[in-house]
Design a protein around this ligand. Structure first.
Ligand code: AMP
Length: 283
């Protein structure tokens, strides 16, 4: 695996690697890698000749009051994990490489898809995400890009951007990787205290219970939402940001649990904001 920090370098490496019609699979990340990230990297390598990953803690997707400064970083460990997962090229640009002095162009997906759920509580977040992802796509020129279902809204927003801007890139969405007790893996889980780590289980547990309610025939959105709300409120350190039940692709509200259903939740456990979701196809 080669680690490169400059745009000209990664372009050169990819050009060299792709002149034999090799396909490129790309995994953008913010690092502090865990099994969730590694599952995307393994899929990228399994489905393409060349697997490229990036590690970039993107400042434009953090609000001033968020955790940009303290976001966990460990490049040495990340590089070793990425290599073992089959990554051929690891792109680790500095902030000035991506946002040089005078940078002044942003990509923004408009409408409901970015203004609700996480977009509501984190205004500007998706504008930062789509700006950096479109830049990385222009730099890496991948055939396929790999994203986690963990960030369900991010997937919907990026797919909208790809359609709207005629990118010829296929997205591959990989399932949520969880700890054995159900907690969805996240780089931010390291912020949790021992007690908060226990409380955090309320997210996945509530989604599991909601799934059972739906499987046993409950189609009432408000009943499912109320159930999750009450359940999560029982955890002492939990503050609910949102509990939404929407169409998986459009993120539009739904009246009954039918079709492509996404239950998406965001909950602060102490000071740590966690997200989780459940995707179901209901006949
Ligand atoms: P991040 O480094 O948090 O920006 O995440 C980089 C990519 O890894 C995104 O596509 C995430 O959706 C994905 N990802 C993060 N956590 C998980 C997880 N627990 N399971 C699957 N994919 C994940």
């Amino acid at each position: 695996m080669k680690i490169v920090t400059k745009i000209w370098e990664i372009r050169q490496e990819i050009q060299k690697a792709t002149n034999k019609n090799n396909t490129v699979g790309f995994v953008p990340t913010m690092g502090y890698l865990h099994e969730g990230h590694l599952s995307l990297m393994r899929a990228a390598k399994a489905q393409n000749e060349i697997a490229v990953a990036s590690i970039f803690v993107n400042p434009t997707q953090f609000a001033p009051n968020e955790d940009l400064e303290k976001y966990p970083r460990d490049l040495e460990r990340d590089a070793s994990l990425a290599q073992k997962a089959g990554v051929d090229l690891l792109f680790v640009p500095a902030v000035e490489e991506i946002y040089p002095n005078g940078f002044n162009t942003y990509i923004e997906v408009c409408g409901d898809i970015t203004s609700k759920l996480c977009g509501k509580s984190r205004p500007g977040h998706f504008k930062g995400v789509t700006t950096v992802v479109s830049k990385l796509f222009n730099i890496v020129l991948p055939d396929k890009a790999y994203f986690g279902q963990k960030d369900a809204q991010q997937v919907a927003v990026i797919e909208q951007m790809l359609r709207d801007l005629n990118y010829d890139i296929e997205t591959v969405v990989c399932p949520i990787v969880r700890e054995s007790d159900g907690l969805a893996l996240s780089s931010r889980n390291v912020y949790l205290s021992e007690q908060e780590r226990k409380d955090a289980l309320i997210l996945s547990q509530s989604l599991l219970e909601a799934e059972k309610m739906i499987q046993s025939g409950n189609q009432y959105v408000h009943q499912i939402k109320d159930f999750i709300w009450e359940n999560i409120r029982s955890a002492k350190s939990a503050t609910i940001d949102y509990i939404e039940i929407v169409n998986t692709k459009t993120l539009e509200d739904i009246d009954t649990i039918k079709g492509d259903v996404l239950i998406a939740i965001a909950v602060k456990i102490g000071k740590t904001r966690l997200i989780d979701n459940l995707k179901m196809e209901v006949l």
